[in-house]
Design a protein around this ligand. Structure first.
Ligand code: G4P
Length: 541
């Protein structure tokens, strides 16, 4: 969905650089990180509903009996009821344009999630009030921390029995060292969600349920001096706890928030649409706008410089009727207009953008322009791979997106010998898209490459795509390895001769040694202190 207000230039329009700065300043680009089931899809719906981008919850991520979602592109995905692919949602809210980058829910696709996190300026860490911090949230938090992404914490499902709010704040501080600075505080314990105290303004925001939570929940803003009459002792408790928080230094602090050391906290019930307005307001008021990005030489490409973007995701097979392949690029600087001819930094070749799209839930619409922070979907983008840079006029190359340390390995073999060429091409394509990493060795030969993945379901996707879309069915035989490290070509022969270790080469030339267990790796390192093995970016956080 494009923001029509941006479409037509007017006589009073400011010079281009100023306009780009102004458009960048009103972008908010973020993703939600959470453990499956914490309510990410429900919250996404609720945000779009409150921003009036949809009229009824259920339009984007269809649940039982509701409309199905654009991300249900694969039958396998439908059968499992999980969401594998990512979609970018864009909607205007107040004076801002919000870009919400969706991430796959299943832990096996965390590598995709990590790629999406390279394209956001902020993350919402969504926590189930009854469960607190869960494994997948912890992993993703570590990625955000590593990248210095500011985090807004949302404690969801407050309408259900759960933990004490202060206890949850302590858990976050103690386990991940993030200082919490609640902006709202619940009135009523978990399971009895009446509303929230706005800790900055001091008043009571009371929510009212709507049928099935399908529409925006009405809210009343009640001044502090009338709040006791409205909520009784629950209000008094909220005031007391809020005072405790202030005494403890848990008040909002911009500098530490932007530095990733403290996190504003909000309480919600995404299912009832409670507290969702407050989250949108916080995104608009406090979340950072795009500020450019560092290139490979560490030089910042500022938003008001000529167009540049990097591809953070390539997605194929969304529409089985025609084989399409969309590369999603995050705009770093400048303005983009459909039809622009860009340069693909990796090859130096021109890239024509006639088929630029934005994807909103089920609908894909043609995208006419985009500004820093926006995501463009480029169709027919066979040459683009995750991490690639596109630019116009002034050349730039952004750093590659790190590939993550695989933990699962399997040999792929074509099951139909006559499909030799399709096998080779299919594997090349899956690798380019980043579906799996592909490793080879002389010993195993071209016909038996090794797939490496962070989660085993990546293999299922690869096998499914090879069979249905790339016409080269494969069988996969798992290998008994669990860890991979980078090894230098000089040491490769020696390492390859070790028991329970095998050296293979990635297509980019990097040599990896696989070990059967972390203990084998440790033992090897202990016995061979002179051999330095390099780490890949760990998925284990
Ligand atoms: P996910 O994307 O993070 O995996 O979670 P999702 O939104 O699918 O939510 C998981 C389940 O939690 C859903 O229930 C959803 O309705 C419920 N849920 C989400 N937010 C809240 C909330 O604030 N309060 C309550 N009480 N429940 C919430 P389900 O039974 O799996 O699906 P459904 O039939 O309810 O849609």
């Amino acid at each position: 969905m494009t923001d029509n207000a941006l479409d037509t230039p007017t006589a009073t329009e400011p010079p281009k650089g100023d306009r780009v700065s102004a458009e960048a300043a009103r972008r908010r680009t973020f993703a939600v990180i959470s453990h499956p089931d914490a309510g990410k899809s429900t919250l996404t719906e609720a945000l779009a509903l409150h921003a009036r981008a949809i009229t009824e919850a259920g339009a984007i991520h269809g649940k039982a009996g509701r409309r199905s979602t654009v991300s249900d592109w694969m039958e396998m995905e439908k059968a499992r009821g999980i969401s594998i692919t990512s979609t970018a949602l864009q909607f205007p809210y107040r004076d801002c344009v919000i870009n919400l980058l969706d991430t796959p829910g299943h832990a096996d696709f965390s590598e995709d999630t990590y790629r999406v996190l390279t394209a956001v300026d902020c993350a919402v860490m969504l926590i189930d009030a009854a469960k607190g911090l869960e494994p997948q949230t912890l992993k993703l938090f570590q990625v955000c921390k590593h990248r210095g992404i500011p985090i807004i914490t949302v404690v969801n499902k407050w309408d259900r029995p759960g933990r004490h709010a202060l206890e949850l704040m302590d858990e976050i501080h103690e386990r991940i060292g993030l200082r919490t600075t609640p902006l709202t505080w619940p009135v009523g314990i978990a399971g009895d969600f009446q509303g929230v105290m706005d800790r900055r303004k001091g008043h009571f925001i009371r929510f009212t349920r709507t049928a099935g939570g399908a529409t925006i929940a009405p809210e009343e803003h009640i001044p502090a001096d009338a709040a006791h009459d409205a909520a009784g002792v629950d209000w008094d408790t909220a005031v007391e706890e809020s005072e405790l928080l202030s005494a403890d230094g848990s008040d909002y602090d911009r500098e530490t928030f932007l530095g990733g050391e403290s996190s504003p906290v909000l309480f919600t019930s995404a299912a009832l649409n409670f507290g969702v307005n407050q989250l949108l307001d916080v995104l608009v008021e406090l979340a950072p706008a795009p500020s450019g990005a560092l290139d490979v030489d560490g030089v910042r490409r500022a938003p008001n410089t000529p167009f540049s973007a990097f591809v953070f995701k390539v997605q194929a097979g969304m529409d089985s009727a025609h084989r399409d392949r969309i590369a999603y690029a995050r705009v770093v600087s400048g303005t983009f207009e459909r039809g622009d001819v860009l340069t693909h930094a990796a090859t130096g070749k021109p890239f024509v953008t006639k088929y630029a799209q934005s994807v909103f839930g089920q609908q894909r619409s043609t995208l006419d322009d985009a500004w820093p922070g926006d995501v463009i979907g480029l169709a027919n983008a066979a040459a683009l791979r995750p991490g690639d840079t596109l630019y116009r006029d002034v050349p730039v190359v952004f750093p590659p997106i790190p590939s993550f340390s695989p933990e699962h390995f399997a040999v792929a073999r074509g099951t139909d010998p006559s499909k030799h060429k399709q096998f080779r091409r299919g594997i090349e394509q899956l690798e380019q898209e980043g579906v799996v990493q592909v490793l080879r060795s002389d010993k195993r030969g071209e016909q038996a490459p090794v797939f490496a993945a962070v989660g085993p379901m990546q293999f299922e996707v690869a096998a499914h795509r090879m069979a249905t879309e790339l016409s080269a069915p494969i069988s996969l035989e798992s290998l008994p390895y669990q860890v991979a490290r980078i090894v230098s070509p000089e040491d490769a022969d020696f390492v390859n001769r070790q028991v329970s270790a095998e050296v293979l080469t990635r297509t980019d030339g990097v040599m990896l040694v696989l070990f059967s267990t972390p203990w084998r790796l440790e033992g090897f390192q202990r016995d061979n202190p002179n051999i330095k093995l390099g780490s890949l970016v760990a998925a284990e956080g």
